[in-house]
Design a protein around this ligand. Structure first.
Ligand code: C2E
Ligand code: MG
Ligand code: MG
Ligand code: MG
Length: 282
């Protein structure tokens, strides 16, 4: 299947390379062709409005359907895309695909949903990012308020000035801005002060054991209060158990996302879910 297969095998036999190193070399070699060979997929995971219990948005999460390795997760191939610069093209493709798809669902069923798209640090460094995003909104017809850009704390902390500038441009166009994996990295509170944000996503590591860890509960409660005091909404990621969801609602958390509600799924399955979800009439 791979034109370079002989090459990999030669290197595998030659050195004392382990399976992970071997896989990494295959991914590096094949990624430049993944987009043109139509092997990338966007999966979607529902985000729940905690007050209504219904779907308020979908997070777009990329997958690579590799011809021999099967479904490859973003954690495995995005670092490769960051290293070789393909992340910009891939990110743009995810944005275009997700906005187009969610616009179609909005039109088909009148679902009041937004789409959350992840942006990597490097992607955020590109010039005229706000214009590139605006162009996608123009071509797909998606409302700016229905797009939520998710960036991790560490990505925000890279090149502070340019990031602040881009965020301001995005916000002035009405796009929602979210900090992803809050509490995971630097936890610098500086950017909360300087950046125009709409939402904080509490990192899964605090949610994972919160139903039986007192400290996690206190941290989660405090992050929610901090967010609210700054006028931000708060979403909890990685919610797997009913007990966690109950506590989060008690603490006033606005949104939740996790396997308790749904795993990330391909568009066909999400469409089924949207059709069978009881929507509030308002
Ligand atoms: P993230 O943005 O924090 O996305 C949430 C991750 O947690 C997803 O992993 C999702 O499948 C997983 N998850 C959701 N609910 C649960 C749960 O209840 N339990 C557990 N154990 N996991 C849960 P995934 O899809 O493997 O994505 C990993 C990361 O890759 C994402 O983390 C995001 O940082 C990045 N990523 C994914 N798609 C894109 C993309 O299109 N562009 C960029 N730049 N990054 C992306
Ligand atoms: Mg995210
Ligand atoms: Mg996250
Ligand atoms: Mg995460």
């Amino acid at each position: 299947v791979h034109d370079g297969a002989g090459d990999y095998q030669y290197r595998l036999f030659k050195g004392d390379m382990n399976v992970d190193e071997f896989k990494h070399i295959v991914l590096e070699h094949d990624l430049p062709h993944a987009l043109e060979n139509n092997q990338l997929r966007v999966y979607y995971q529902p985000q729940i409005d905690n007050t209504t219990g219904t779907i308020c948005g979908l997070e777009a999460l990329i997958r690579w359907e590799h011809p021999t390795l099967g479904l490859v997760s973003p954690g495995e191939f995005l670092p490769v895309a960051e290293a070789n610069g393909l992340i910009t093209a891939i990110g743009q493709w995810v944005l275009q695909t997700a906005c187009q798809q969610v616009k179609i669902w909005q039109q088909q069923g009148g679902y009041p949903i937004h789409v959350s798209v992840n942006f990597s640090a490097l992607q955020f460094q590109q010039d005229n990012l706000a214009d590139a995003v605006q162009q996608v909104l123009d071509t797909t017809g998606l409302e700016p308020a229905c797009l939520r850009v998710e960036i991790t704390e560490s990505a925000m902390m890279t090149n502070l000035e340019q990031t602040a500038d881009t965020l301001k441009q995005l916000q002035s166009r009405g796009i929602q801005l979210a900090v992803d994996d809050f509490g995971m990295y630097y936890s610098s509170l500086q950017y909360l002060k300087h950046f125009p944000l709409d939402l904080i996503k509490i990192d899964r590591s605090f949610i994972k054991d919160m139903h039986n860890q007192h400290k996690d509960q206190e941290i989660v409660k405090t992050i929610i209060e901090l967010g609210h005091r700054l006028g931000l909404k708060v979403c909890a990621e990685g919610v797997e158990y009913e007990e966690q969801f109950t506590l989060l609602k008690d603490f006033g958390c606005d949104e939740a996302q996790g396997f308790l509600f749904s795993k990330p799924m391909p568009p066909e399955e999400i469409e089924q879910l949207l059709h069978t979800t009881p929507w509030m009439k308002d």
